[in-house]
Design a protein around this ligand. Structure first.
Ligand SMILES: Nc1ncnc2c1ncn2[C@@H]1O[C@H](COP(=O)(O)OP(=O)(O)OP(=O)(O)O)[C@@H](O)[C@H]1O
Ligand SMILES: [Mg+2]
Length: 353
């Protein structure tokens, strides 16, 4: 199957589950559609099945009987990886340590029979694209982690894949480098227009890179949505707590209000549930004059975090509430404050079973 450069293939995963030979159920049957050129992030804690899902898409693993993988509508389920036109960066990069940078990048081109001269030109293009000029003749074991990451990426896109599969490509790097490469990677993916499936357990990476995010929990899909949908409208407590900080409150609902120890908070949306679990993001709560607030509490502690300050407040809800306020708000521990938020900031979650 050939695909034009710069045009990703669409991916359809149909009822793909995975039970390993030893009986481990790594993946519940999952169905997913990924559009051409889309970046889809698989996000979830260690062991939730992210790599397994990626390996099924790559052709390194067969789904359980009944599962199917389609690229641009063509059934690829039993097509081996070398005939799927996918580029892959593994969790551990999997570069050839004794080969030079250039030979690593050109490896896929060579085994596909590309002539030496064309290969050299393509390698030069990728070296420039991934910002590793000057390192072409180094061996992999003479590179830093960030440089290895770039080589792995260059090698994966060298063959002009229709689909790029990235398994936690940044986790081995320190935080500052990770942030920078994340931005670079984002620009690169947009420029290449390749369909990308990106695995991570880092929620800020998922938010920045993903057109959509698939949150996975114990081998199952907990929620699929845009970063905004996942953040503001999590379907359940697991998603709410996995993405960003969340106040989880248990309180009865009466006439469109959450009835809390510190007052009555109006809620938006589906306010018909009788007793419920609600989620409130810390930055949606505003500190106001307690005399004119629907909800009041007492500040237990304030920590200055630079770009904001985090307050822990007691007495407002059944548990301590976390508030992220602008760094200019002047408050101190022991002070009684009013809490204000728009009704839609309260997200009702289904009861837990
Ligand atoms: N070959 C295998 N045989 C048996 N069990 C396996 C095999 N490979 C993975 N598993 C199990 O399947 C589950 C999912 O593994 P997977 O590697 O997909 O998780 P992951 O989400 O990628 O985790 P991490 O973030 O740690 O990389 C785990 O419980 C794992 O131990
Ligand atoms: Mg993994």
């Amino acid at each position: 199957m050939t695909m034009a450069a710069g045009h990703g293939a669409s991916v359809r995963i149909k009822s793909c589950g995975k039970t390993f030979a030893d009986g481990t159920r790594a993946l519940e049957p999952a169905t997913l559609d990924i559009a051409r050129g889309e970046t889809l992030v698989l996000l979830g804690p260690s062991g939730c099945g992210k790599t397994t899902m990626l390996r099924i898409i790559a052709g390194l693993e067969l789904p359980d009987p009944g599962g199917r993988v389609l690229f641009d509508g063509n059934d690829m389920t039993s097509v081996p990886i070398e005939r799927r036109n996918v580029g892959m960066v593994f969790q551990s990069y999997a570069l050839f340590p004794n080969m030079s940078v250039a030979d690593n990048i050109g490896y896929g081109l060579k085994i596909r029979g590309m002539a030496q001269q064309a290969r050299a030109a393509r390698i030069a293009e990728l070296v420039a694209l991934t910002n590793i000029t000057g390192l072409e003749n180094r061996r992999i074991d003479q590179l830093s982690g960030g440089q290895r990451q770039r080589v792995a990426l260059a090698r994966a896109v060298a063959i002009r894949p229709g689909i790029l599969l990235l398994d936690e490509p940044l986790t081995a790097l320190d935080a500052a480098l990770r942030d920078r490469l994340r931005g670079e990677l984002n620009r690169l993916l947009r420029a290449l227009g390749i369909t990308t499936i990106y695995v991570t357990h880092d929620q800020s990476e998922a938010m920045e890179l993903g057109d959509r995010i698939v949150v996975m929990q114990k081998g199952a899909i907990a929620q699929i949505g845009t970063p905004r949908e996942i953040y503001f409208k999590p379907k359940n407590r697991f998603v709410a707590e996995f993405i960003g900080a969340a106040n989880i409150i248990e309180a009865p609902v009466e006439n469109g209000h959450l009835v809390l120890p510190g007052g009555r908070q109006p809620i938006g949306g589906d306010a018909n549930l009788a007793a419920t679990i609600a989620m409130i993001r810390p930055e949606t709560i505003e500190v106001v004059d307690p005399a004119r607030a629907p909800l009041t509490g007492t500040i237990d502690s304030v920590s200055f975090i630079g770009n904001r300050q985090r307050m822990i407040v007691s007495g407002a809800s059944d548990k301590l509430l976390t508030i992220d306020a602008p760094n200019t708000v002047k408050v101190q521990a022991g002070e009684r404050i009013g809490l204000s938020m728009v009704p839609d900031a309260v997200r009702l979650l289904p009861p837990e079973n």
